[in-house]
Unconditional design. Structure first.
Length: 568
C-alpha cells in the first residue's frame, strides 16, 4: 500500500513540476515512509557450484549374420628358368675335327672380353683334304687363314684396324686320269691385306659425321716354274673409301667418295713364255661420287632416297657414267606390310682376287673388264604374317654390260682351266623368302630365286643357274643339342663345249652341255656337355650326289666330319 502511495506521489510531483515550470506553481505533499529493518547474515560466504550430470546414451549395433562360402582354385606351379643377363665370355675358343677323305679341321680364336673402349681378337683357321676322287687327277686342297683386328670406341668416334693373311692350295683335277702328276696341276693363292677406318658418330644432328677407310691387298698365285720367279699373276689393290652425312630436321644429306686402284700383272710385260702365253700389265682405276638425300615421313611411316652415282672409269679409255638412284618405301599397319620400289646400278671392278675366289680353277692370264649395270629396277613387298613369320617378295630387272662368264680354256690348258668371257644381257629375277622363328628354339629360312637371261652374243649365260632354292634351319633342344640344316638346289645351268659329243647339244652355232640339277644337303649336330666343352658331327653332301659345281669338276661325295670344341 505504501508503495502505491509513493508511486502516486511521484507522478503528481512530476506533473506539478512540469506545470510549475510552465506556469510557475509548486505543490508540497507530506507522507510516511517505512523502512524495513536491517539484519546481519551470520553465515560465511561460499561458492555454490552445481554440476549437471550428462546422460550416457548408447546405440547398440544390430547383429546381422550371413552365411559365406569359399571355393579355392588350384594354381599350377610356375616354371622359372634362371638365365644370366650377361653370360660369361671366354678369351679362347678351339675347334678340332677330322673326317673322311683324310680331312683335318682346326680353328683357334683368341679375343678380348667385355670392354667399353677396346676390342681385339686374333684367329687361325685350317681346312684341308688329302683324299682323291675316283677316276680323276689328284684333287687335294688346303686352306689356311690368319686374321687379327682391333677396335677403339670413343664417345664421338670409332677407330678400326684389321690384318689378314690366307694361303690356299688346290689342284686342277678336272682331268679323267688318275696318273697325272700332282705337281703339274698345282695352284696356290696367297693374300696379305690390311684395313683401317675412322668413323665419327656425334649425336648432335648439327654436326657432320663422316667415315674414312683405307684397304690394301697383295695377292698372287703360284709361279709357273721354279726357274721363272716372275712368271705368275700378281695383284696390288688399293681402295680409299669415304662417306659423309648431315641431318637437318627430317632430311639426311649424304655423299660417298671412293677411289679404287687395281694393278694386275701376269708374267713379264711384252714377253712370251710359250706360244701365245704373253705377259701384260693391267691398271684399273675407278673413281665414283654418290650424293644422295633421304627424307623420312611423319612417324617414320615412309622414306624416300634419291641421288646419282657418278663414276669415272680409267681402265683403258676414260669413261664417265651417271647412274640414277632412287628408293621409296611405305609402312602399313605398324610395319606389318612394307611395299618398296627402287632404281639403282653402278660399276663393279673385277679383280683377279675376286674372280679366282669365286672360281678357283681359272687361268692366271685373264682379261678383266669392269661390269656396268646401267639400270636396275626393283620392287616388292615385305612384312610379317605373325609374331613368328616374316616374308619378302620382290622382282628386279637389270641391264648389264661386260657380264663375266666362265668357259673352259682350250688355248692355255688341256681343258681343265677356265677363262673369262663377257656378254651384254638383261637379267630378270623373281625372288621370294619366308622366315619362321620361335624364340631361340627353332629358326627356318626358305629362299627361292628364278632368273631369266636375255643374252646378246652367246645363247646362254654359261654356268649361271636359272633356279636357286635354299633352305636353312636351326633347332635348339634343351640347350644341349643343336641341329643345323643347310640345303642348296640349283637348276638350269649350262656349260659351253667346242664340239659335238655325248650329251652335247647345239644352239645358234654354239655347243653346250647341261650340268644337271645340283642338290647339296648338309646336316650338323652339336652336343654341349657344358658351357666349355662340346662335341659335333657334320654330314656334308648328305645326298651323296657327285654334282659338278663347275664344268668337269665333280665334288666329293658323302663326307663325315667329327670333333670337339673347347672354351677357356
Amino acid at each position: 500500500m505504501n508503495k502505491v502511495k509513493a508511486l502516486l506521489a511521484v507522478i503528481v510531483l512530476t506533473f506539478s513540476a512540469a506545470a510549475q515550470n510552465e506556469g510557475g506553481y509548486t505543490f508540497v505533499y507530506e507522507a510516511e515512509r517505512e523502512i524495513e529493518p536491517v539484519f546481519r547474515i551470520a553465515e560465511k560466504p561460499s561458492v555454490l557450484d552445481t554440476v549437471m550430470p550428462v546422460p550416457q546414451v548408447s546405440y547398440p549395433l544390430l547383429s546381422l549374420k550371413k552365411e559365406h562360402s569359399f571355393e579355392l582354385e588350384k594354381i599350377d606351379p610356375a616354371r622359372i628358368k634362371l638365365v644370366d643377363k650377361l653370360p660369361q665370355l671366354y678369351h679362347s675358343y678351339v675347334k678340332l675335327g677330322f673326317g673322311n677323305y683324310t680331312m683335318p679341321l682346326g680353328e683357334v680364336f683368341i679375343n678380348s672380353t667385355r670392354s667399353r673402349k677396346f676390342h681385339w681378337g686374333i684367329s687361325a683357321k685350317h681346312h684341308s683334304s688329302w683324299g682323291k676322287i675316283k677316276g680323276y687327277a689328284p684333287s687335294q686342297f688346303d686352306r689356311t687363314r690368319l686374321d687379327a683386328y682391333g677396335k677403339m670406341i670413343e664417345k664421338e668416334y670409332t677407330i678400326t684396324a684389321k690384318v689378314n693373311y690366307f694361303n690356299q692350295g688346290h689342284h686342277f683335277y678336272g682331268i679323267r686320269n688318275e696318273d697325272v702328276p700332282g705337281d703339274s696341276i698345282r695352284q696356290r693363292f696367297n693374300n696379305t691385306g690390311v684395313f683401317g677406318e675412322y668413323h665419327s658418330h656425334k649425336k648432335d644432328s648439327a654436326n657432320l659425321n663422316y667415315k674414312i677407310g683405307v684397304e690394301y691387298n697383295n695377292y698372287f698365285d703360284r709361279k709357273r716354274a721354279d726357274t721363272l720367279e716372275k712368271w705368275k699373276a700378281r695383284e696390288n689393290y688399293l681402295g680409299i673409301y669415304s662417306s659423309f652425312d648431315y641431318k637437318l630436321k627430317t632430311e639426311v644429306y649424304a655423299a660417298d667418295f671412293n677411289v679404287r686402284y687395281n694393278n694386275y700383272k701376269y708374267g713379264i710385260e711384252d714377253s712370251t713364255l710359250i706360244g701365245l702365253d704373253s705377259g701384260f700389265v693391267d691398271n684399273n682405276v675407278l673413281v665414283n661420287i654418290k650424293p644422295n638425300i633421304t627424307t623420312i615421313g611423319k612417324n617414320g611411316k615412309w622414306s624416300v632416297n634419291v641421288g646419282v652415282d657418278l663414276v669415272l672409269d680409267a681402265r683403258e679409255k676414260t669413261k664417265f657414267i651417271a647412274v640414277p638412284l632412287a628408293k621409296f618405301q611405305y609402312s602399313f599397319f605398324n610395319d606389318i606390310l612394307i611395299p618398296y620400289v627402287g632404281l639403282n646400278g653402278g660399276v663393279r671392278q673385277n679383280t683377279f682376287k675376286r674372280v679366282s675366289q669365286e672360281n678357283p680353277f681359272v687361268s692366271s692370264n685373264l682379261e678383266l673388264r669392269n661390269e656396268y649395270n646401267a639400270l636396275n629396277l626393283n620392287g616388292g613387298i615385305k612384312g610379317v604374317l605373325s609374331k613368328k613369320v616374316s616374308f619378302d617378295v620382290n622382282l628386279s630387272f637389270g641391264k648389264f654390260t661386260n657380264k663375266l662368264l666362265y668357259v673352259v680354256d682350250t688355248v692355255y690348258s688341256g681343258g681343265n682351266r677356265f677363262t673369262a668371257v663377257y656378254d651384254t644381257m638383261n637379267i630378270t629375277r623373281i625372288e621370294g623368302s619366308i622366315s619362321y622363328q620361335a624364340n631361340e628354339k627353332l629358326k627356318i629360312d626358305l629362299i627361292g630365286q628364278y632368273y631369266s637371261y636375255m643374252t646378246r652374243f652367246y645363247p646362254y649365260a654359261w654356268n649361271l643357274p636359272e633356279l636357286v632354292i635354299g633352305l636353312r634351319g636351326h633347332y635348339n633342344l634343351f640347350d644341349k643339342f643343336y641341329v643345323n640344316l643347310d640345303l642348296t638346289m640349283q637348276g638350269g645351268r649350262k656349260a659351253m663345249e667346242y664340239a659335238l659329243g655325248e650329251d652335247i647339244q647345239e644352239e645358234e652355232l654354239f655347243y653346250y652341255r647341261k650340268l644337271g640339277f645340283l642338290a647339296d644337303a648338309n646336316l650338323g649336330i652339336e652336343y654341349r656337355y657344358n658351357k666349355r666343352i662340346s662335341a659335333f658331327l657334320q654330314f656334308n653332301n648328305f645326298a651323296a650326289q657327285q654334282y659338278q659345281r663347275w664344268q668337269n669338276y665333280p665334288v666329293q661325295k658323302f663326307q663325315v666330319l667329327g670333333g670337339v670344341t673347347f672354351r677357356f
